[in-house]
Design a binder for this molecule. Structure first.
Ligand code: HEM
Length: 142
């Protein structure tokens, strides 16, 4: 039987290590970090692993939340997604995962970008967030 991607990368344990190191970088990042203020890093790591492991063929239970809804109030641009992807790529490579598997992982991740990505700031400001507060983080100066 063909090996699933989650098995090929070293199982859920390998993914847990990647996500721990990845969110260490994300939480410390000047642009990405502020989005996560107030959210438990441990819980985010757990949810991300449950979500992605399942997409890679693991039989994990995931209490499904709609990604559009979860990221609704966040002003997430393509540029920001590319910064996040850079950190994710770096972290997966540091785990020693083969490059072809890194590419497969990132392809699955990219499949969800359209659920979280917003257009221009003007368009974003027109979205009716009801009583949610918009979460906009300006790109810090380099
Ligand atoms: C730069 C882009 C992104 C930012 C700033 C971001 C930020 C966040 C934040 C702040 C949360 C916590 C929200 C909450 O618990 O209410 C969250 C949850 C989550 N995000 Fe993202 N996210 C991004 C991209 C993505 C992408 C591309 C994916 C999927 C591949 C993803 C998957 C998830 C999942 C699975 C959760 C947990 C949802 C749950 O609790 O059920 N995120 N994200």
């Amino acid at each position: 039987m063909k090996q699933s991607l989650i098995e090929a990368i070293g199982g859920v344990a390998a993914m847990e290590r990647v996500h721990k190191a990845f969110y260490d970088k994300v939480y410390a990042h000047a642009w990405l970090g502020p989005f996560f203020e107030g959210y438990s890093q441990k819980l985010i790591e757990l949810r991300q692993t449950q979500f992605m492991a399942r997409k890679m063929g693991a039989k994990q239970m995931y209490p499904v939340k709609d990604l559009d809804v979860v990221h609704h109030r966040m002003y997430i641009t393509e540029e920001l997604l590319l910064v996040r992807e850079g950190l994710l790529r770096e972290t997966i490579e540091e785990e020693g995962i083969a490059l072809n598997l890194v590419a497969r992982w990132l392809k699955i991740d990219r499949a969800f970008w359209s659920r979280v990505q917003k257009g221009s700031l003007d368009e974003f400001k027109k979205i009716d967030l009801k009583n949610e507060q918009a979460l906009i983080v300006e790109r810090p100066e380099d």
